[in-house]
Design a protein. Structure first.
Length: 79
């Protein structure tokens, strides 16, 4: 009887440790995804800021790029 009790306690301890490890791993993944999500949400703002700076520093080149992109878009969607 005592041996069965020790065996059961050992099994419970192993399962408890496995569950604890799984929860720790899940929390680590959640934190990592949360940080990546914040970075992804910040990216469009960074791109817009970079584009604004480029247009202010190079207005003629920006106009040329916009015209070329518009022309290419027109040629692709013209059909």
């Amino acid at each position: 009887m005592a041996e069965a009790k020790r065996s059961t306690e050992g099994s419970i301890d192993r399962m408890s440790q496995s569950a604890h490890d799984a929860v720790d791993k899940a929390a680590s993944y959640a934190e990592r995804f949360s940080n990546k999500g914040e970075e992804l949400m910040q990216m469009p703002e960074d791109w817009v800021g970079t584009a604004r700076d480029y247009v202010r520093e190079n207005p003629l080149q920006a106009l040329g790029i916009a015209l070329a992109a518009g022309y290419l878009l027109h040629m692709i969607t013209r059909r």
